[in-house]
Design a protein around this ligand. Structure first.
Ligand code: ADP
Ligand code: MG
Ligand code: MG
Length: 255
């Protein structure tokens, strides 16, 4: 089971001019087994939402709650969030020179489970995950993110997702910088993950094209730190045709 509830979340960042409010009360619930898409223009606060749920220290939570199966996520350390079943790709954004992909994945899995995975089955699992993502087996020996192409970074994220197998995955712009073949491969990985019972996905994207491969249960339009509209997959099609303009204007008029 996995239900992620975000309730009236308010988040600020420190700037030279003092705190700047970025999330202005975000409420949404990803029910058991659901995939939700958040779409919105650049600068609307999508990544701030993801980083805040991930526990990035740059973001001050000034109000609201995040609950995973009723447990207070915001009270947890970053490690505790992972152990509770949250997967946040941007927890590992940087190059880790000298740490191979294989060792990195094994360390993450060990931290998650509290014990190291059995080596023989683990190697098999890693190789299978890499192969499904069309990554060469030698990819496992490369240093994490060092010289990775955009597509390799995203595929590495999905390899992590499949091997760590969390309850809820938050994927921020997983489609950015992917050509159409890589987009299909990455989408298939996400779809394998969510085909399992009870898995939740929050898919953050600027473009509708990934939603042709990963059909969301609900779409939320994000404007200026708030949800401006919600609907089914048809909302994504409407955005593709009309853009965000209407919502940006309505939000500016209302606030
Ligand atoms: P999105 O992912 O939707 O493009 P972000 O969450 O990255 O949006 O950013 C939302 C807003 O918050 C933007 O206006 C951005 O400039 C601002 N912002 C984010 N981080 C900081 C920061 N550390 N200092 C000042 N402004 C920030
Ligand atoms: Mg957002
Ligand atoms: Mg962003």
């Amino acid at each position: 089971m996995s239900t992620l509830e975000i309730k009236d979340l308010q988040v600020s960042v420190a700037t030279d001019d003092g705190p700047k409010e970025i999330l202005k009360g975000v409420t949404l619930t990803i029910g058991d087994g659901e995939t939700h898409a958040i779409m919105g223009p650049n600068g609307s606060g999508k990544s701030t939402l993801a980083y805040s749920i991930a526990g990035h220290p740059k973001y001050d939570i000034t109000g609201g709650e995040v609950l995973l199966d009723g447990e207070d996520v915001l009270a947890m350390s970053v490690d505790e969030r992972a152990r509770a079943g949250m997967f946040l790709a941007m927890q590992y954004p940087v190059e880790v020179p000298g740490v191979s992909v294989s060792n990195f994945l094994r360390t993450a899995k060990t931290a998650l489970d509290g014990e190291a995975p059995k080596l023989r089955t683990w190697v098999k699992d890693v190789n299978a995950a890499l192969e499904q993502l069309n990554l060469d087996p030698t990819f496992g020996t490369r240093s994490v993110n060092e010289g990775f192409s955009g597509g390799e970074k995203k595929r590495h994220e999905i390899a992590q997702l499949e091997l760590l197998n969390p309850k809820v995955a938050i994927l921020d712009e997983t489609d950015s910088g992917l050509d159409i073949d890589a987009l299909k491969i990455v989408s298939e990985g996400v779809n394998r993950f969510r085909a399992q019972p009870g898995k939740g996905v929050l898919l953050i994207t600027h473009y509708t094209r990934i939603l042709r491969y990963i059909q969301p249960d609900q779409v939320h339009v994000f404007v200026d730190g708030r949800i401006a509209e919600q609907g089914g997959p048809e909302l994504a099609e409407q955005l593709e045709a009309e853009g965000y303009d209407k919502y940006i204007k309505a939000s500016a008029a209302a606030h």
